[in-house]
Design a binder for this molecule. Structure first.
Ligand code: DGJ
Length: 556
């Protein structure tokens, strides 16, 4: 027994010595220095239970209130323009590109100095990171691949369209491209492992918006041979089809399904190799097609993980944890449909990009209501670029504040929300385009009506309120509400510029028996006051203040 204690003590000393040596080396090389508590940090991971999902960070569910920087903000010179925006926004996670051309400008010679600086500064700013691997695909093209790749058509062939024309997108059908990309990605993951013991990096996105705009698929002789061959058995099995060639099995969808499979397999191999170095959660992002209608594959990124090929991607890329939509549609119906398509029992809903304009901010409530694990407006940094008309006309303090109002509400309770969302039932809705009230069914017994544009007193629908002015500043819908079930008759309620009115689904005689306003501190609910009288007579009015309520309902 004594001997075991001594041995363990020796082992601790040894580990301690190695750790201090690592610190000295890290300091000398000015690498990010892992904190000692961090040595034991749990690896971030995605977990799934009863069809619900959580992103586990430091051992507990984590709600990613994220932001993505602009494409070319991935250099040390830009960081002073990034961090103030991240702070003003109140984001807890920053998604940042690391480009292949940046880490391997010369084949076989790697430079991770930017990554080191990024990790160090993220820690100083107390945020987590998501690393975006811009490589073979960045919005369909190889723009971010090093010149030794993107200018060598012979070694790294581009795709050939049906007319025999060479297009900019690289073909996924060549081992040379796959091996080169994989080698660089493996080096990247190995480096993250070496310098990030406390897991500041919580997720990685291999590639960016894969697919092709210039062709439905690759028609090179190599691709043609594969296309004329049988559909791989794994895919046939996964989709419950009968074996055959691509055209026999998938008919008119054959070209796109073939391409989704080809790209999915490529990305999977890259991701799997990276995970063998460091097993971080990995997701791919999708340039979306219309969520309701069939669309000509020439008008979107064919072969990327669009809703019509999600099952193909799931079969092709088991190493990818999440297929994630980049949302640049401003219509509430389309956003909700997209949330439905991507939030599945086998796929966590995560929005790694959404437009930076004010009209998109309310969708945070729809995404969280659909059990979303993360959300990130795109391009919110002070680098002087705006992607209008996709996003805001200007990325200034106001553009950031349009999202910050919601993050301020959720940041103090992000852990609690993520846990409730994973373990219990949550609902949420953002103000629809028509600003009309909507009623949520809270599991059979209770309902909640969410309405907008109400004054705190009275109801805009009541005749005696006819003379009241319209609420100002309602041109762009910005309201929303979130509800989580705490016990059968008890709910947590929060939101922004919305009124929540509870009801009985079965017409029972009931009352709102207690409304506590409070806040979370270190994971504990702190009571601030009871709401009663005017504050509850016309529903629960959530304003621009960060308000969180615990509401009890009872029959009498
Ligand atoms: C989606 C891409 O993923 C982003 O990198 C960016 O190019 C936006 N589109 C447009 O700003």
């Amino acid at each position: 027994m004594k001997r075991e204690v001594t041995l363990q003590a020796n082992k601790r000393n040894f580990v301690g010595r190695v750790a201090s040596l690592a610190l000295i080396v890290a300091a000398a090389l000015s690498l990010p220095v892992p904190s000692s508590a961090a040595q034991a940090a749990d690896l971030p991971k995605l977990v799934q239970k009863n069809g619900r999902h959580a992103l586990m960070v430091d051992g507990a569910p984590f709600l990613m209130l994220g932001v993505q920087v602009n494409n070319s903000s991935n250099y040390p010179s830009q960081m002073p323009k990034v961090w103030p925006a991240v702070k003003a926004l109140g984001a807890n996670t920053v998604e940042v590109p690391v480009a292949w051309e940046q880490i391997e400008p010369v084949e076989g010679q790697f430079d991770f100095s930017y990554l080191d600086l990024l990790i160090r500064q993220a820690r100083q700013n107390d945020v987590k990171l998501v690393i975006l691997w811009f490589a073979t695909w960045k919005n369909n093209g190889p723009q971010y691949a090093p010149e030794w790749v993107k200018l060598d058509n012979k070694r790294f062939p581009r795709l050939i369209n049906a007319k025999g024309e060479v297009k900019n997108s690289l073909s996924p059908h060549f081992r040379s491209t796959l091996e080169a990309d994989k080698k660089a990605f493996v080096a990247l993951m190995r480096h993250i492992k070496a310098v990030d013991a406390d897991h500041t990096v919580i997720m990685v996105q291999p590639e960016n918006e894969t697919g092709a705009y210039s062709a439905v698929r690759d028609y090179s002789p190599t691709a043609q041979k594969l296309f004329q061959g049988p559909v791989p058995a794994e895919l046939v099995r996964a989709l419950g089809k009968k074996p055959g060639t691509w055209s026999q099995v998938f008919g008119k969808d054959a070209d796109e399904f073939f391409y989704a499979w080809s790209i999915g397999r490529f990305v999977d191999e890259v991701a799997a190799a990276g995970k063998r170095e460091l097993d971080l959660p990995m997701y791919v992002n999708a340039a979306l097609r219309d969520p309701f209608n069939d669309q000509d594959p020439f008008t979107y990124s064919s072969g990327g993980p669009t809703w019509n090929v999600l099952d193909v991607w799931k079969a092709a890329a088991p190493s990818i944890d999440v297929l994630a939509p980049d949302i640049y549609m401003r219509e509430s119906a389309k956003v909700r449909k997209t949330a439905e398509q991507y939030g599945r029992a086998d796929n966590a809903l995560m929005v790694p990009e959404i437009g930076s304009d004010k009209a998109y901010a309310r969708f945070l409530y729809d995404i969280l209501g659909a059990q979303g694990i993360g959300f990130a407006p795109f391009g919110l940094d002070y680098g002087g670029y705006s992607n209008y008309p996709l996003g805001a006309k200007a990325v200034d303090a106001q553009a950031i504040e349009n999202f910050a109002v919601h993050y301020r509400l959720l940041a103090p309770m992000q852990r609690e929300w993520a846990k409730l969302s994973f373990e219990g039932k949550v609902w949420g809705v953002g103000e629809a385009d028509d600003s009309k009230a909507e009623t949520l069914d809270l599991g059979g017994r209770w309902t909640a009506r969410i309405s907008y544009g109400e004054w705190q007193f009275g109801s805009i629908e009541a005749p005696w309120m006819a003379k009241a002015e319209k609420q100002p500043n309602r041109e762009v819908p910005d309201g929303g509400a979130l509800i989580a079930q705490l016990s059968p008759n008890e709910f947590l309620v929060t939101g922004y510029r919305a009124r929540v009115t509870f009801g009985s689904a079965k017409g029972e005689r009931f009352m709102v028996s207690r409304v506590e306003e409070g806040h979370f501190e270190n994971g504990k609910w702190v009571f601030d006051r009871l709401w009663n009288g005017d504050q509850v007579d016309y529903g629960l009015n959530l304003t621009t203040l960060p308000q969180v309520l615990k509401v009890k309902l009872a029959t009498y």
